[in-house]
Design a protein around this ligand. Structure first.
Ligand code: BG6
Length: 478
């Protein structure tokens, strides 16, 4: 039988993260997270990570789009679009405000009970990321985040608390959002959001610190998977990576080899999580560099026992690399090898737009891992214009249509096992990278600007109706 469409029960939906939309940063007993100490940046201007909350600075995540109080209205709109699932995260600091608390915060647990019940009321399946750039700031300050083995226990306690509480409401989980981002170990934002490492702190500003923290994270993830399966054997627990195809800038052998090296440097995180062991290239690299991460034999057993069920990934762009910038054997920080790919366009934020790269990604991940895949983020951050008769975001429709067309080819022509598709920021929210509201991804517009002004009123963009039609036809009508 020839496949012509996405599978039955395909998880159509949208994705968000707690810190980027909930707001209410001090309500219901919530503690301060890493995201709460990030100021607003701008297009190509990074956010500042402050030492605690400094009065007078603009912290956009504090109020975000106030989903905490608007979630019923928003989920109703998701249901109107026909969502089958909704990907969000559980703000760690609503459950354990300081991260190292003895007991969880009941008000926080109750909030997610209500939120998941509201989704289920419409037949929308919650898909939950446990840690999406929201580590308790106390863990960062007191323990150096995942630079400390103790943080494994704090995370596992948080995960187990959530698994037990929501075991009958949530089936699909992911442990860490875009765990591979930290391969860019010189980037303040990525290190703080992934591992809770602050690069201005002594000893953190190096690759060795990243390998150590990331090791503790993959162990924490594996322990969570093991515990989760005991709590509910039907759980599907995945990794989540920012998958970025790496293209050699030319067919020059050194470029091809460099692309492969860079791929290894970015993808070992999910290799470990899916395979249950470190790929030999990373073992060799760590050894060659003289890094001595604390990796015990017991850890290696845990990694084997706690492998994931599926690979969730975000897809925004591909990258090209050139050996004119760095020789393959000298590659350390992947960022130093990247060059502009002249064959693809770019967004207003300079993110390269490459729909074919999504088909490539789906095939690459299938060949590498042989597990089901879930596109849990994809989308175009764009400036929207509110006109008298609505928001006509045909550029967003065009972007999503082109990507879904390629995803469909991967399913129909290439036999990829794709579980679902949850485009990023299905409702406008605070950008993670820049802190802007004006970098919008949503099908639903939220009236709020970069300075925090606006009524918070929600309205449907043209893409809302387009996506509704896509879901209704199970992707046949793009
Ligand atoms: C992913 C993150 O990296 O990309 C999201 O998982 C983020 O949290 C999304 O919002 C888009 O990035 P940005 O910087 O445009 O918000």
């Amino acid at each position: 039988m020839t496949k012509t469409e996405f599978k039955k029960g395909f998880l159509w939906g949208g994705a968000v993260a707690a810190h980027q939309l909930e707001g209410a940063w001090q309500e219901g007993g919530k503690g301060v997270s890493v995201a709460d100490v990030m100021t607003a940046g701008a297009n190509k201007v990074p956010r500042e990570i402050t030492d605690g909350v400094i009065p007078g600075k603009n912290y956009p995540n504090h109020s975000a789009i106030d989903f905490y109080h608007h979630y019923k209205e928003d989920i109703k709109l998701f249901a109107e679009m026909g969502f089958k699932c909704f990907r969000t995260s559980i703000a760690w600091t609503r459950i354990f405000p300081n991260g190292d608390d003895e007991t969880p915060n009941e008000a926080g647990l109750k909030f997610y009970d209500d939120l998941f019940d509201e989704c289920l009321k419409y037949g929308i399946e919650p898909v939950v990321t446990l840690s999406h750039f929201e580590m308790p700031f106390n863990l960062v300050k007191k323990y150096n985040g995942f630079g400390n083995r103790k943080t494994i226990d704090f995370f596992v306690k948080f995960a187990v608390t959530c698994f037990k509480r929501y075991k009958d409401k949530v089936k699909y989980w992911m442990t860490f959002n875009e765990i591979d981002n930290q391969s860019s170990f010189n980037n303040d934002f990525l290190m703080a959001t992934n591992s809770g490492l602050l690069l201005d702190k002594d000893g953190n500003k190096n690759e060795a610190a990243m390998y150590q923290a990331a090791h503790y994270e993959v162990v924490a993830s594996a322990l969570a998977v093991k515990e989760g399966k005991k709590i509910n054997p039907d759980f599907m627990i995945g990794t989540m990576i920012a998958f970025t195809p790496i293209y050699p800038a030319t067919s020059k052998p050194a470029d091809v080899l460099l692309a492969q090296r860079m791929d290894q440097r970015r993808n070992w995180f999910s290799d470990v999580q899916v395979w249950g062991y470190y790929p030999s290239n990373v073992e060799a690299y760590i050894e060659r560099k003289g890094y001595r991460p604390d990796i015990t034999e017991e850890d290696r057993v845990v990694l084997k026992e706690g492998t994931v069920d599926y690979v969730g990934f975000s897809y925004y762009q591909s990258m090209a690399v050139s050996s004119d910038k760095v020789a393959p054997d000298d590659l350390a920080d992947p960022e130093e090898a990247i060059v502009r790919n002249q064959f693809v366009e770019a967004s207003d934020w300079d993110w390269e737009i490459d729909p074919v790269g999504l088909r490539y990604a789906l095939n690459e991940l299938t060949d590498r891992y042989h597990v089901p895949l879930f596109i849990v983020e994809n989308g175009l951050g764009a400036y929207d214009k509110v006109e008298a008769d609505g928001i006509h975001d045909d550029y967003r429709i065009d972007y999503l249509r082109r990507h879904l067309t390629e995803a469909k080819k991967a399913v129909v022509l290439d036999g990829v096992d794709l579980m679902g598709y949850t485009p990023w920021g299905c409702i406008d929210l605070v950008s993670a990278g820049t802190g802007q509201m004006s970098k919008r991804y949503g099908f639903i517009y939220v009236d709020k600007d970069d300075e925090g002004n606006g009524t918070l009123e929600r309205s449907r963009k043209d893409s809302f109706y387009w996506y509704q039609k896509v879901i209704k036809s199970n992707g046949a009508d793009l």
